[in-house]
Design a protein around this ligand. Structure first.
Ligand SMILES: *Cc1c(COP(=O)(O)O)cnc(C)c1O
Length: 363
């Protein structure tokens, strides 16, 4: 298989822009006449510090992060944030609200239970997480230290199309699979975090955007490496940060600028996922998993309703160059992830392939 004829719909790690990989390749052995790869330099060297500062400044500008908030480049994946959030935000006797709308939110909720009292503000498991709760359904506790939700449920293919209103209770959002896809009022959030491997960079980098006033209240036994204050004070360089991944994020941000910024990403995601959903709604072979008003712009989940037919479709799709379309075992069926780096042409080609497949195989 060749890159030119491979349509990669992986859910994560997932596609990166070809131009970004080409630039990284051209700079691999000798970054800007330094005689070294970015992988080989000291994270405290002037040349690396420049990459770091520029990437952080670009992310701040593109996400419109206010000065009240700090951007952190951490490790441990989004999953480490499941522990870091309660360890830093919950004091003795404190509680938090969690909306359980999918697997990652469920894991985060369970993990937080080790460190404080957790109220389940909503739980959509009765629908196999095919929907998102409405604002009025959220059981909010006024005394909660924070309200936690997963903005895009990667596995189930649902997305919150509104920012929950929680009054003075800070919002904590897992945006691993929909960061950099829409304009956000970042000031409304206490913490936004995301594993980089869906929409930003290779796996190994976790981006955290945190309201600085939330840091410094960690439990006394919180590991140093899991303390937001440590990382804020040291500008993410208490220890060695994931240097190369930060460099790739920098290239991805330049690519986003070139494509027209967040507004262009937002428009593209609607067009790409929209054409697949439109087809699914008219198909007699496939059916979308998510309720129409809860559908994710990033992860399109669908199935035939028959596991053997699903498997046959995945096999045929892979043979035709459409790879990584098998759904997560919790939902079954198929999932086409159309993150920022997945070209419009890939979504178009997938729809054409599915139409053709339906005509040939549906009796
Ligand atoms: C992928 C994903 C995670 C897990 O990320 P890791 O970096 O593997 O820990 C958590 N939440 C969401 C929404 C995800 O998509």
């Amino acid at each position: 298989m060749a890159r030119e004829t491979t349509y990669n719909f992986a859910a994560g790690p997932s596609a990166l822009p070809t131009e970004v990989l080409q630039q990284a390749a051209s700079e691999m052995l000798d970054y800007k006449g330094s005689g070294m790869s970015v992988m080989e330099m000291s994270h405290r060297s002037a040349i690396y510090q420049e990459i770091f500062n520029e990437t952080k400044a670009d992310l701040k500008r593109i996400m419109r992060v206010p000065d009240t908030h700090e951007i952190l480049f951490l490790q441990g994946g989004a999953s480490t944030q499941f522990s870091m959030v309660p360890l830093n935000l919950l004091g003795e006797g404190d509680s938090a609200d969690y909306a359980v709308t999918g697997n990652f939110a469920k894991i985060a909720c369970k993990e937080a239970g080790k460190y404080g009292k957790i109220n389940v503000a909503a739980d959509t498991s009765e629908s196999n997480h095919s929907r998102i709760p409405a604002q009025g359904e959220l059981k909010l506790s006024p005394e909660a230290k924070y309200f936690y939700y997963c903005a895009n449920n990667t596995i189930y293919g649902t997305e919150w199309h509104y920012v929950p209103e929680t009054g003075s209770v800070p919002l904590v959002a897992d945006m691993s699979s929909d960061i950099l896809t829409q304009e956000l009022d970042v000031g409304k959030f206490g913490i936004i975090f995301a594993g980089a491997q869906k929409n930003m960079a290779p796996a190994g980098l976790t981006v955290v955007v945190i309201d600085k006033s939330l840091a410094g209240h960690e439990k006394p036994y919180t590991p140093l490496m899991l303390t937001y204050k440590t990382m804020i004070d040291k500008d993410s360089m208490y220890n060695t940060p994931p240097c190369y991944n930060i460099y790739i994020l920098g290239l991805v941000l330049k690519w986003i600028d070139k494509m027209g910024g967040i507004a262009a990403m937002d428009a593209m995601k609607r067009e790409k996922s929209g054409m697949i959903y439109d087809y699914l709604d008219n198909s007699r072979l496939f059916k979308a998993h998510a309720a129409p008003e809860a559908r994710s712009f990033m992860n399109v989940t669908f199935r035939t309703g028959d596991a053997d037919k699903d498997a046959a479709f995945c096999k045929a799709a892979a043979a035709a160059g459409f790879v990584n379309v098998k759904g997560h075992r919790l939902v079954g069926g198929m999932r086409a992830s159309v993150y920022n780096a997945v070209p419009m042409a890939a979504a178009k080609a997938l729809v054409e392939f599915m139409k053709d497949y339906e005509v040939k195989n549906h009796v």
